[in-house]
Design a protein around this ligand. Sequence first.
Ligand SMILES: C[S@@+](CC[C@H](N)C(=O)[O-])C[C@H]1O[C@@H](n2cnc3c(N)ncnc32)[C@H](O)[C@@H]1O
Length: 215
Amino acid sequence: MSSAPTPSRSVIHGDALEWLAAHPGTPGASLLTSLPDKAELGLPIERWRPFFQQAASLCLQAVDEEGLCVFFQTDNREQGRWVSKAGLVLAAAAELGVPLLWHKIVLRRPAGSRSMGRPGYSHLLAFSARATVPAEASSPDVLPELGELPWSHGMGLAAAEESLRTIRRASPSTRLLLAPFCGHGTALEVANRHGLDALGIERNRKRAERARGDR
Ligand SMILES: C[S@@+](CC[C@H](N)C(=O)[O-])C[C@H]1O[C@@H](n2cnc3c(N)ncnc32)[C@H](O)[C@@H]1O
C-alpha cells in the first residue's frame, strides 16, 4: 500500500515583489499572506501605500485562476485617522477585476474592548477569479479568536487554519501554497498539515531560516 508523499516546504530568502513579478499565474497555486505594515518597513505612509498596493496586486496575479488569494491584514491608525489595509486590498482586486469570495473579521480582543492602538480585529479577505464557495462549505463570518500568535506581526493560527480549510474546499485543484512575506512561516506549516506543498519568500534571513524549520 502506498502512502501520500510528505508535502514539501521551501523558503526563498529574497524580495517577494521581485519573485511575484517574475511568476504570475503559477499553475495549481493558491496564496496566503500578511503584507507588511509601514512600521515594519520603516516607511512614511506616502511611500508605504504604493508598496502595499503593488504587493497586493502582484499577489492577486500570482495564483492559478482556480486558486484562492487570501490576505490577513490588520488596519492601523495614523495621526487620528484610520488606514484601511482591507480597503487597499479590495481596491487592488477591483482594479484587476478579481471577485471577492468572502471577507471575515477575526477578533484580536473581546468585542466591546476599547483601544487607541492596533484595532481589536483583523481582516481575512479571500479572492478568486474562478472559484466559488458552495453553500455546504460556508463558514463563520466572525472568528472569535486569532488562535496562537507565534510573534507580534504573525498571523494567528486559527485564522491560517480557516484560510487553508477554505482553500481546500473551494479550490480542490490547489497543490501549492505560496506565502510571500512569510515571516516565521505559519502559513507554510498549516499548508503542509493540509497536505499542500508550500513555498515562502522572506527578506529577513533569520525569519526565512525559521520558516524553513531550521530553528
Ligand atoms: C506581517 S509580517 C508576516 C508575518 C507572517 N504571516 C507570519 O505569520 O509569521 C511581514 C513579513 O514580510 C517581510 N518582508 C518585508 N518586506 C519584504 C520583501 N520586500 N520581500 C520579502 N519579505 C519582506 C518582513 O520581514 C516580515 O517578516
